[in-house]
Design a protein around this ligand. Sequence first.
Ligand code: NCD
Length: 327
Amino acid sequence: MNEYNPNFQLDANGQLRHFLSIEGLDREMLTRIMDTAESFAGVVADQPVKKVPLLRGKTIVNLFFENSTRTRTTFELAAKRLSADVLNINIETSATAKGESLLDTVRNIQAMHVDMFVIRHGESGAPYFIARHVEPHVSVINAGDGRHSHPTQAMLDMFTIRRYKRTFEGLRVAIVGDILHSRVARSQILALNTLGVAQVRVIGPRTLLPVDAESLGVRVFHKMDEGLQDVDVVIMLRLQKERMRGAMLPSEHEYFSCFGLTRERLRFARPDAIVMHPGPINRGVEIESRVADGDSSVILQQVGYGIAIRMAIMTMAMHSKARSKAS
Ligand code: NCD
């Protein structure tokens, strides 16, 4: 399942056919996704009838092999607001729990005339594997695979940054915490560097940073006070206890005392810095409530922007196929 081909997600015209990773997408494509999301942001926030008919008659299946609240529900709402029919299948209630193989599950659902799969899986590469085996008219969107990638989350984070900071140029962005286990951080770093921010920093204990962190194109800090100095954006990550093996941390209390985001620590950042978190947040572990609920926090806004970004990505993937069929 580990064969990642970054170009595989684009069709012959360079348009999105699947959406599997930020890798292989250029600045123009990331900008186009955000511009498209911008046009949907008004639909989902301001219109009395929050629907457009762009994917009417299409069937989208959310196939989630791992738990999720925000990601699954925002994908579902995005599909509904595009007028698609949407089906949610969770591993607990699916046949895979009865021993059916991943591919048989996918093929059976595909036989029900499905147009798009949104996949979350605990194993890195699973959405690629599925994308290689679906019929040509079916798109696959990665909603998080193992520790590898979570590209729609990264795009909604980029969209949030652009909404608050207008441009990526000159920005210093710090990503704090459990980088090692975070598919979100990996996708964010790729997206931030592609969009041309001035500096991406990661801050965390050595045990929660990849050994070759610098090779990702970041500056590494082990102290909050130094890493947060003059940053424009602070992205906090959840401590992913379910992905840790062995004792990587002394205690949650000690973690908070070294790397927790407090109001006092946030003063090292620029006065207009925004604080982000992909959720779910652990209050008092990586972030204190005064910051999570404070004026700098845009954590709930991120959730809302997730709908517009997912609408954009789904529409772009579906329309690239319509075009290639017509040509
Ligand atoms: C993230 C995930 O599942 O990768 N959350 C999310 O999608 N909203 C991050 C996390 O679980 O910590």
